[in-house]
Design a binder for this molecule. Structure first.
Ligand SMILES: NC(=O)c1ccc[n+]([C@@H]2O[C@H](COP(=O)([O-])OP(=O)(O)OC[C@H]3O[C@@H](n4cnc5c(N)ncnc54)[C@H](O)[C@@H]3O)[C@@H](O)[C@H]2O)c1
Length: 332
């Protein structure tokens, strides 16, 4: 019998707890150790799992035999913690965005590749059958010449109700573009191709210089593809909207509500498109792929190379919002 993959989790907040459920539901995984700077949270989380509880991840890495470490701390800490995990020779799953800056992300990618560990980013839309269906609709030629795409992000409140924490409303680490953008940038990069340059205008609250954007407008120019118009708006009395629409000369395809594909031929109204393939919860899909890859088998993961490509677009976006000019995206 193969022994279970021993997993350690660093960061036990909103997403750490959520993915912990997927890890504990997988019989091939044993969550052996959990770590959070909040000692009582670490203890409370560890007890029902019969795992050890830690407040200092370095001590956990030294003391516990782990195969894989999941890093689910705020973005500012990804770089330092990931490098320590990789140096300890552990396979790593890191939360998005990969890092705070492009230089940090590149550093992490280089370290993971040099160490030969499995490296993955948690992007739940990856391998989602709704996204795969959308990708097929855009790629099969039925839309004709692709003329324009629109990415719309509307949040009735930011921070969202389920993600109240000290950093998500801050300019240094938080904001809807950095927090939600990676999911959709991943879909864009894998469906429409690389982004060449970015222009954006962000709006910040006038009375709080440390706060994240409350709205943003932008354009992403692709290396080879349609211009993408981005509109992001928070704190308006509308339901949450995360949608992507691709307009072609003969038809239109899109995603609504994150991952539900829609399409129209000619001038017909947009209609839902049946999703091809069974919907497996994203956490279970990710954990199964991780287990297989850690054991040397196949497994479809988003790796740090894609994390760097996403970070390069975020980096250009940040710089454009400061300068008000077009900024070239560093190509990996
Ligand atoms: N993939 C997704 O769908 C998804 C969804 C939400 C958040 N995220 C990402 O996950 C990360 C965490 O987000 P969150 O909403 O769970 O944040 P959170 O603030 O709710 O949780 C972070 C936890 O990390 C702990 N922590 C901070 N520094 C630490 C350290 N040095 N050592 C140990 N623990 C430490 C905090 O005490 C906290 O409990 C962020 O990068 C965020 O962007 C990803």
């Amino acid at each position: 019998m193969t022994s279970p993959v021993r997993v350690g989790v660093i960061g036990l907040g909103a997403i750490g707890q959520s993915l912990l459920k997927a890890f504990t539901a997988e019989p091939e995984v044993q969550v052996t150790a959990v770590c959070d700077v909040d000692a009582s949270l670490a203890e409370r989380t560890a007890r029902p799992l019969a795992a050890s509880a830690w407040t200092d991840y370095r001590r956990m890495l030294d003391a516990v035999d782990l195969d894989l470490v999941y890093v689910a701390v705020p973005p500012r800490h990804h770089h330092a913690i990931a490098l320590d995990v990789i140096t300890a020779g552990k396979h790593i799953l890191c939360e998005k965005p990969l890092a705070l800056t492009l230089a940090e992300a590149q550093d992490m990618q280089r370290a993971a590749q040099a160490a030969g560990v499995v490296h993955a980013l948690n992007l739940p839309l990856h391998a989602d059958p709704g996204i795969e269906t959308f990708r097929r609709l855009v790629g099969d030629g039925s839309l004709g010449v692709l003329r324009r795409a629109e990415l719309t992000l509307v949040f009735p409140q930011w921070p969202r109700g389920w993600q109240q924490n000290p950093w998500i409303g801050g300019r240094e680490q938080g904001g809807p573009i950095r927090e939600v953008g990676p999911h959709l940038l991943h879909v864009i990069l894998t469906t429409l191709g690389p982004v060449k340059r970015v222009w954006t205008h962000a709006e910040y609250p006038v009375d709080d210089l440390a706060a994240c954007e409350i709205a943003a407008l932008g354009t992403l120019e692709l290396v080879d593809g349609p211009l993408i118009v981005v509109s992001c708006l928070t704190n308006v009395p509308r339901p949450e909207q995360v949608s992507l629409t691709v307009y072609g000369s003969r038809g239109t395809a899109g995603l609504v509500n994150w991952a539900s594909p829609v399409a129209a031929s000619g001038q017909a109204p947009l209609e839902g498109v049946p999703v091809e393939g069974a919907r497996v919860p994203s956490g279970a899909r990710l954990v199964r792929a991780l287990v297989s890859r850690v054991r040397g088998g196949p497994g479809d993961l988003v790796d740090f190379t894609m994390g760097v490509r996403i970070q390069a677009v975020l980096d250009a976006w940040e710089r454009s919002s400061s300068t008000g000019t077009w900024v070239d995206v560093a190509q990996a």
